[in-house]
Design a protein around this ligand. Structure first.
Ligand code: SF4
Length: 225
């Protein structure tokens, strides 16, 4: 299999926010099976649409050797693509570390990537208590898939961060507490709350800080972004 036709919908040559503590390039892959109302990249949800060749990513990396630590594959949902393991391998062969943003929609691909040691860090979106996922994603099996993917990630030993977008119409205080309880001690000091940017998301930075403080007894340090 080749990575040549993996659907690259965007490329950020330099980012300091997509992989905390690292200087990275970010590759945004098209396609996501879920439909979260607060989606930060809704134009990437469909696989069809403008794309650029993966060779442009590799060319950029050749030019940035020594300047970048690594490459983040984001989306969309990057694990939607069977070519992703090949793409990660090609990037690593060029000498770059690799990271992944995922919501865990495709545990089979994630398992393959983790087992082959193809990622150094994962930013994992947790959207709601697992039994409430459908209300966020619009897909009936999404909670089970996310739960399975998170278990695989936690067992793998790969470093990770958990991110939850606080979209008040779908995630109230009670659900957030429930979610923190489900994540349990294995998630201690790993959760970051993110403000939903879309109108109707509700809340402000101060209320997000208060929410984070309320989760500390369950999860230790909780970040806000
Ligand atoms: S899983 Fe991520 S990319 Fe997919 S719809 Fe939800 S927020 Fe958007």
């Amino acid at each position: 299999m080749s990575a040549a036709d993996i659907p690259v919908g965007g490329l950020a040559p330099f980012t300091t926010i997509d992989w905390p503590g690292r200087l990275a390039a970010a590759v945004f892959l098209r396609g996501c099976p879920w439909r979260c109302p607060y989606c930060h990249n809704a134009d990437l949800q469909r696989v069809a649409g403008p794309r650029q060749p993966f060779s442009e990513v590799l060319d950029l990396l050749e030019q940035r050797r020594g300047f970048l630590d690594g490459v983040v594959f984001s989306g969309g949902e990057p694990t939607m693509h069977r070519q992703l393991p090949v793409a990660l391998r090609q990037v690593r062969r060029l000498g770059f570390a690799t990271a992944l943003h995922t919501g865990g929609a495709y545990p089979e691909i994630l398992e393959q990537i983790l087992a082959a040691g193809l990622v150094d860090w994962v930013g994992f979106d947790v959207k709601a208590p697992f039994e409430h996922y459908q209300g966020v994603t619009g897909r009936a099996d999404s909670g089970a898939r996310a739960r399975r993917s998170l278990e695989l990630l936690q067992r793998s030993g790969v470093e990770y961060e958990l991110r939850t977008t606080v979209y008040r119409p779908l995630l109230g205080d009670e659900q957030l507490q429930q979610l923190a309880g489900q994540l349990g001690p294995a998630a201690a000091n790993r959760l970051v709350l993110q403000q939903a940017r879309e109108s109707g998301g509700g809340g402000d930075d101060a209320s997000l800080q208060q929410l984070a403080a309320r989760l500390v007894p369950l999860l230790g340090q909780v970040g806000v972004r």
